[in-house]
Write a protein that binds this ligand. Structure first.
Ligand SMILES: Nc1nc2c(ncn2[C@@H]2O[C@H](COP(=O)(O)OP(=O)(O)OP(=O)(O)O)[C@@H](O)[C@H]2O)c(=O)[nH]1
Ligand SMILES: [Mg+2]
Length: 296
């Protein structure tokens, strides 16, 4: 399909025209997630640029390259009548058990438009189910991992765990968007993800405020990525689905995770010598004061 046809297909896509109608979903939520500074906000601006077909606007605020994290507030950007992009807070590093943050954001348990603060314990996590006030079962969630090809993958198991956590909470294997396509590391990064079982991936250079010159290659890759995501949604909508049931399942998974994590934490605390606990508490306080991400 050439770019105009792809753009029209994306713009015209409606859940109402799926095989069994909308089945209780009113919106497709593309949940962008990944490490801070890898290009999530830039990807949102790129998508808006190619789909709106209007002059470039930085709708989502973009960070200075390799400087401090920019997006702290989970914001939603409407792409079409049906599709909304969510700019989640990027993570720095997490220890291998710490995927609660992914569950909370991707499972849509955090309110949109508010600052995201990493939570530390079971009680805090429960307070976070604030979004329950609004009925969000009508969102069909699609996870999209944005990963800069400028960063070789140092730990494939860890990366795969992140991908699987996103799949578990949303029920959908994430699409991967590689930004910084021109990086010398791109082929290696691509291969690492292929070995992790990632098939639906797209490699591109984002449009940025400094580089808004339209190219067919960039336009077509971004449109193709959106088109493939929609085709996948259409495919999934061939099955009979239960929007409310899916949200209940997500909530169960989150609570099970939080409970398990709390139990592990308590066990670790009991096994630790007192001096070590004190040292860790001091370190944690220092991190908090510096505004670093606190892990669950
Ligand atoms: N060369 C190049 N630069 C990019 C690309 N994507 C993003 N950038 C630059 O990388 C920096 C970070 O991009 P952002 O879009 O703010 O990254 P983010 O993932 O939203 O970061 P956080 O909000 O901190 O989580 C910015 O300076 C962008 O201009 C790309 O594909 N190629
Ligand atoms: Mg951002």
């Amino acid at each position: 399909m050439e770019s105009r046809a792809m753009r029209d297909y994306i713009r015209d896509f409606s859940l109402d025209s799926c095989a069994h109608g909308n089945q209780g979903y009113s919106r497709v939520l593309l949940q962008l997630f990944g490490f801070t500074g890898h290009g999530k906000s830039s990807f949102i601006n790129s998508c808006k640029y190619v789909v709106d077909d209007e002059p470039y606007v930085a709708h989502a605020k973009v960070a200075e390259y390799k400087k401090k994290p920019e997006t702290m507030i989970r914001n939603a950007y409407k792409l079409t009548e049906t599709i909304t992009l969510v700019d989640n807070r990027g993570f720095r590093i997490m220890d291998k058990y710490e995927f609660g943050e992914i569950y909370l954001q991707l499972g849509n348990f955090l309110p949109l438009g508010r600052e995201v603060k990493w939570q530390e314990n079971f009680g805090d996590m429960l307070k976070l189910l604030e979004s329950e006030r609004c009925d969000q079962s009508s969102d069909f969630i699609v996870p999209v991992l944005v990963y800069s090809a400028d960063y070789p993958v140092t730990d494939k198991n860890y990366m795969k765990d992140i991908i699987m956590a996103a799949r578990d909470i949303t029920g959908v294997f994430p699409t991967v968007v590689f930004t910084h396509e021109l990086s010398e590391h791109q082929p290696k990064v691509w291969e690492s993800f292929r070995q992790m079982g990632v098939k639906n991936s797209f490699s591109l250079e984002n449009y940025t405020a400094e580089d808004t010159k339209k190219t067919r290659g960039k336009h077509e890759t971004i449109l193709k990525c959106l088109q493939e995501i929609i085709k996948d949604v259409e495919f999934r909508m061939l099955e009979e689905r239960d929007a409310i049931g899916e949200r209940i399942d997500r909530k169960k998974l989150l609570l099970e995770y939080a409970h398990k994590r709390e139990m592990e934490k308590q066990k670790e605390e009991m096994e630790k010598p007192l001096g070590k606990i004190k040292k860790q508490e001091t370190e944690k306080q220092e991190k908090q004061e510096k505004g670093d991400c606190i892990l669950l």
